[in-house]
Design a protein around this ligand. Structure first.
Ligand SMILES: N[C@H](CCC[C@H](N)C(=O)O)C(=O)O
Length: 320
């Protein structure tokens, strides 16, 4: 089955137009535990967001900056309510990924987005409108006076194992729990985006780039899935690695994946704790997965640098 995110690409959302001069748009590079994003005001003239993301996220030829070339995606932000001093702002967040697909939600990206909105509005609370729903983010000042790094808690909604939520293929009548998919024993959960979570003894002993793609593209996941490895490291802590749909590779961290690890660990009876620490390669994330409320994700959001990004020539015709 085709992957609907292939159809739902960013190019379908821009009002494409020919550009005959290389314009640039201002962007700011952020990362959340190494999951890095270019943040752009949605009002900027980017006729083909998919082409923009493909161009600037490339790990070889993309945006150059502090540490790593490229990015795990572009967050297009539209501040719809600056809060007018109330301390609560609202913004629409759209994540366009390096393959031009649009992800419904992004936990690490939401932390970066909230930090970006706070810089513009002064609001410490930001309600983020995402395709997965509204996600409230609460920013607390970082230790350094520069405010280049803050701590953000994001409400992540309720994880769901329901086939219709993940989603799973129409012929499945129940949740996918500890079942073999393309050779990997996984449990499927929706945390705003689909995750196939495999608990292993040692996440570093698995060749993720080899085992993940067949699972990511398996027919049981009609919209694809992120593939997350987890290992119990004791006392409510878990190691994590994630191969991300739309990045089509491993990222240094994945926030929705961290919540997925906690939700699956509780579902499988590996822990009865509600508050957990999940550690992807990029740094520690604190999550909570209560029985009767939304999950939360807490971690840093670090501002790296400002940059003027050229708008790639768009050859797509204006929509008829
Ligand atoms: N990095 C993001 C996940 C993006 C999900 C995207 N890869 C997809 O599901 O298509 C996070 O921190 O939650």
């Amino acid at each position: 089955m085709s992957d609907p995110t292939d159809a739902d690409t960013a190019a379908d959302t821009g009002t494409a137009a020919d550009t005959d001069t290389a314009a640039t748009v201002p962007a700011t590079k952020y990362h959340g535990t190494g999951n890095d994003f270019l943040v752009v005001d949605a009002a900027e003239a980017v006729p083909d967001r998919g082409a923009f993301a493909i161009h600037h996220c490339d790990r070889e030829t993309g945006v150059k900056g502090a540490e790593r070339t490229g990015a795990d995606g572009v967050l297009f932000m539209d501040v719809t309510d600056d809060g007018d001093g109330s301390g609560v702002a609202r913004a629409t967040m759209t994540l366009v990924q390096p393959d031009a697909s649009i992800a419904e939600m992004c936990g690490n990206g939401a932390r970066c987005a909230a930090a970006w909105v706070r810089e513009r509005t002064g609001a410490d609370v930001v309600d983020l409108d995402t395709p997965a729903g509204v996600r409230r983010a609460t920013v607390t000042a970082g230790d350094d006076d520069s405010q280049d790094e803050v701590t953000v808690e994001v409400e992540m909604g309720r994880p769901s194992f329901a086939p219709s939520a993940v989603p799973l293929a129409a012929d499945r009548d129940g949740p996918l729990v500890e079942q073999s998919v393309e050779g990997l024993v996984v449990t499927a959960v929706d945390t705003g985006v689909p995750h196939a979570v495999a608990f292993v003894d040692d996440v570093d002993a698995v060749d993720l780039e080899a085992v993940a793609p067949p699972v990511r593209h398996a027919d049981v996941f009609p919209e694809g899935a992120n593939v997350t490895l987890a290992a119990d490291t004791g006392d409510g802590t878990f190691a994590q690695r994630t191969f991300e749909r739309g990045v089509e590779g491993e990222t240094l961290a994945c926030g929705t994946g961290a919540v997925a690890v906690g939700a699956v660990a509780r579902r499988l009876g590996l822990t009865d704790r509600e508050s957990l620490t999940v550690s992807p390669p990029g740094g520690d994330l604190r999550i909570s997965v209560p029985e009767d409320g939304p999950a939360t994700l807490t971690g840093p959001a670090a501002r790296e640098f400002d940059v003027a990004l050229p708008v790639p020539d768009s050859t797509t015709e204006a929509d008829g």
